[in-house]
Design a binder for this molecule. Structure first.
Ligand code: GN1
Ligand code: MG
Length: 350
């Protein structure tokens, strides 16, 4: 079915006069629509092979955006279907519509430290604004997403099965990941004993999910709320640092491209703490630098499991692609782990 037909099922204002692809997401198909009433909408087909529970996902987004809107924050605005549903289903495919946030711009990568600081501030602001939201009212869209120890157990299973005979090609990587096994449950243990809070986390804390005002450059909103879930703030913080240290070299064979960028670490952390300093619990503050290690080693574990299983989750372009990614993440994990004492001291001074 054509977009023009599909869109008729939604409560939009006017007739669509223009339709063009928007952004460069890898998961959902996204289009920008303009109507003869000069309204603009984002039309998306939701990838239901990645997101099995579309209903749970859309309900999560509805609850979170409603809460944010009532608190006076700019966020995504869902346009419901004519029969008042959050999405439209047709032939096993799922569609949704948002109002387009006018006069905004997003950056594909951080070009300067001001943008890095602002990205940290934007995700800090999101955590802060949802601090009084009931996290347990959300469904876990991807269960155990950042349970690093569980991810490690999954890796051990894959090694035991060795279905593709690849284990012999990655013995040094397996050895390194086994060295740290006592550290993989530090955050989940903290959640269980109450030293770490279960808040609302975004789970895709990339800079291109932050909308800035085109004219003033101010932070406007954080988008792509598909993976909002209950979790530790440390998951988003650590994953953001991991991404900032990795990109654009996450897939590089030249490991000298991967290292701790101290200025980036400082800017992001300062931006994040400008919102969250008085909200984080002592244990959470103490584990900020550690979370950058944990989320980096977790991605090494995920890439290596996928390599051993034969590349069933991450898109790959050649047979060793996931192993190459594993190595970049291990290089960074080693660097961060060796430098934890220094990084902790830096955080304490921000
Ligand atoms: C996936 O597709 P992308 O790049 O937004 C993954 C992240 C990984 C990332 C590694 C839902 O995100 O967790 O860190 O790849 N997202 C999901 O590049 O698994
Ligand atoms: Mg995304």
């Amino acid at each position: 079915m054509e977009i023009k037909e599909l869109i008729e099922n939604f409560k939009i204002n006017g007739e669509v006069v223009d339709c063009r692809p928007l952004g460069n997401g890898h998961i959902n198909y996204t289009f920008l629509l303009t109507t003869d009433k000069d309204e603009q909408y984002v039309f998306q087909r939701i990838n239901n092979s990645v997101f099995k529970d579309v209903d749970g996902l859309m309900n999560n987004i509805f609850k979170v955006t409603n809460f944010l809107e009532n608190e006076g924050y700019e966020t995504l605005k869902i346009i419901k279907t004519k029969d008042d549903k959050l999405y439209y289903e047709n032939e096993g495919k799922y569609y949704r519509v948002y109002v387009y946030n006018k006069n905004t711009i997003c950056y594909e990568g951080a070009e300067n430290l001001k943008e890095v600081y602002d990205a940290g501030k934007a995700f800090g602001k999101l955590h802060k604004s949802l601090a009084h939201f009931n996290a347990s009212s959300l469904v876990e869209v991807i269960p155990h997403f950042h349970d690093t120890y569980q991810r490690y157990l999954n890796l051990l299973d894959a090694i035991k099965e060795d279905k593709k005979g690849r284990v012999k090609t990655c013995l040094p990587e397996i050895e390194i990941l086994k060295n740290w096994e006592n550290e993989y449950s530090i955050i989940t243990d903290g959640i269980k004993n109450g030293e770490i809070r279960l808040g609302v986390t975004h789970n895709d804390p990339k800079i291109n999910n932050v909308l800035f005002d085109k004219k003033t450059g101010d932070i406007r909103a954080v988008v792509d709320l598909d993976t909002v879930m209950p979790g530790s703030y440390l998951f988003d913080y650590g994953d953001a640092i991991r991404g900032l240290f990795s990109l654009p070299y996450e897939d590089s064979k030249d490991l000298s491209k991967l290292y701790i960028k101290y200025d980036v670490f400082e800017s992001y952390t300062k931006g994040y703490l400008s919102e969250m300093k008085n909200i984080l619990l002592p244990k959470e503050k103490e584990l900020l630098a550690f979370s950058a290690f944990l989320l980096t080693v977790e991605s090494a574990i995920r890439f290596l499991e996928d390599y051993i299983r034969g590349d069933v989750y991450f898109h790959t372009e050649y047979p060793e692609h996931n192993l190459v990614r594993t190595r970049t993440q291990i290089k960074l994990s080693v660097d961060i782990h060796n430098d934890l004492e220094n990084l902790n001291n830096l955080v304490a001074g921000y």
